[in-house]
Ligand binder design. Structure first.
Ligand code: NDP
Length: 399
């Protein structure tokens, strides 16, 4: 019987709240807080049990501490924006509340994301005997846990990992992003980057393209991107020689994006329009469909997983571990599409394991540093069943 405080009432916050509400045996009291309390109330109205809601500015440590002290949660799930990671971690440290998030800290005006500032909390969390779990969404999150599971149970050494993220969903709009457009657009207009033999290698944005046949979706174009889990996995998987991340984008999506970029709409530096200062990307976010509104319109499936290639008992081995998730089934269950669903469900599962003392530790941990087995045993029942396929080690499906 525990109290959970959820910060952020967007697409992912909605899923997290629904999923916590489905498990009263663990989350006996729920408080959903966000910048705009009306959004929390709208989510609360979808549930069949009462929860508390609150207004909070998560950029303010003081405001967060006041909310935490009044609600007294046993765990905090942060699903607001990556800009708030440091303030929320600081507030959890001050109040002794375990912390969990799904995205690493992003500098609001530098288009840069990394774990450095969050890892810097490690010693203070360790001294306080408190725990912070970082990156417990799908990617990062589930993908890291697939890698940890493969490392623990399937290989003696993993040499190569490719993370494959496919969204075969169609929302019927000519252009919309599936999660926060600002974060999404900044992610894919950046240079591609992967890790090989101890070094980071850069590619021009979306320059590396392959085709891959996804179970449940079919053949799709995939593009090499830098994604935040590469930073921690390259350190935490032993014997690793290369790790890359691939994501599907349709031709239509890339064409829209190129036009927006060419006309300057993806820029983050504010410009003056009349008497008003505005960052073009923030303006674009305001005119694009709200990702939370895509749920009822989206049909099709996602397929996200990892291919790990390494050695077991002296022999080469290659395995593919993945989840397929259906947008319409997610909407029927929690009134949200699969992108938010696949992020929110691992976050709730991780918070459960922390509350039950199954995931424990003093300090700051990326999810692959925690035991993958209890997570993998539970995540199917929570809504994200996984499959594993043995691949021919001599065939490269990404050649
Ligand atoms: P949304 O933009 O839909 O929701 C973010 C929510 O946070 C909104 O309710 C927003 O309020 C609120 N918020 C923003 N700033 C503040 C603030 N200063 N104080 C309080 N609340 C604030 O994003 P998503 O739900 O799509 O994503 C949530 C998180 O999940 C993000 O960090 C994202 O990067 C991460 N994510 C992780 C994935 C993974 O697989 N690991 C995949 C997808 C997302 P308002 O409504 O007023 O704007």
């Amino acid at each position: 019987m525990s109290k959970v405080l959820i910060i952020g009432a967007g697409g992912v916050g909605g899923v997290v709240t629904h999923k916590c509400a489905q498990h009263p045996e663990v989350f006996s009291e729920i408080c959903l807080a966000s910048r705009n309390e009306d959004k929390c109330k709208a989510i609360a109205a979808q549930l069949d049990r009462p929860i508390q809601t609150a207004q909070v500015d998560a950029d303010s440590v003081e405001a967060l501490v006041a909310l935490i002290e009044s609600f007294k949660p046993d765990v905090l799930i942060h699903v607001a924006l990556p800009y708030q990671d440091l303030t929320i971690m600081e507030a959890c440290l001050k109040t002794g509340v375990p912390y969990l998030d799904t995205a690493n800290y992003e500098h609001p005006d530098e288009a840069k994301f990394e774990y450095k500032e969050q890892w810097a909390f490690h010693d203070r969390y360790a001294e306080a005997g408190n725990m912070a779990t970082l990156g417990c969404g799908f990617d990062p999150g589930m993908t890291n846990i697939y890698c940890a599971y493969a490392q623990k149970n399937l290989f003696d050494e993993i040499h190569r990992i490719d993370i494959l993220d496919a969204n075969g969903g169609d929302h019927g709009y000519p252009f919309a992003t599936n999660f926060n457009p600002e974060i999404n657009i900044r992610e894919i207009t950046a240079n591609g980057r992967y890790w090989e033999k101890g070094e980071w290698k850069e590619t021009a944005p979306l320059a590396e393209k392959r085709k891959f046949d996804f179970d449940g979706i079919g053949e799709k174009d995939i593009y090499l991107l830098y994604h935040e889990e590469l930073e921690s996995l390259s350190q935490n998987i032993k014997g690793l020689e290369r790790i890359r991340f691939w994501m599907t984008f349709s031709e239509k999506y890339i064409t829209h994006l190129k036009v927006l970029e060419n006309v300057g709409m993806t820029r983050i530096e504010p410009i003056k329009v009349g008497d008003c200062e505005i960052a073009p990307l923030q303006f674009l976010k305001a005119v694009l469909p709200d990702p939370a509104s895509l749920g009822p319109r989206t049909k099709g499936k996602t397929n996200i997983g990892i291919i790990a290639d390494g050695i077991k008992d002296g022999k080469r081995r290659k395995v593919y571990i993945y989840n397929i998730c259906d947008h319409e089934a997610c909407y029927r269950e929690v009134q949200s599409q699969a992108i938010s669903y696949t992020t929110g469900v691992p976050a709730v599962t991780g918070a459960m394991l922390m509350l039950e003392g199954i995931w424990k530790g003093a300090g700051v941990f990326n999810v692959e540093q925690l035991d993958p087995d209890p997570f993998m045993a539970r995540i199917g029942d929570m809504g994200l069943p996984w499959q594993m396929v043995e691949l021919d080690p001599d065939h490269d499906p990404l050649a």
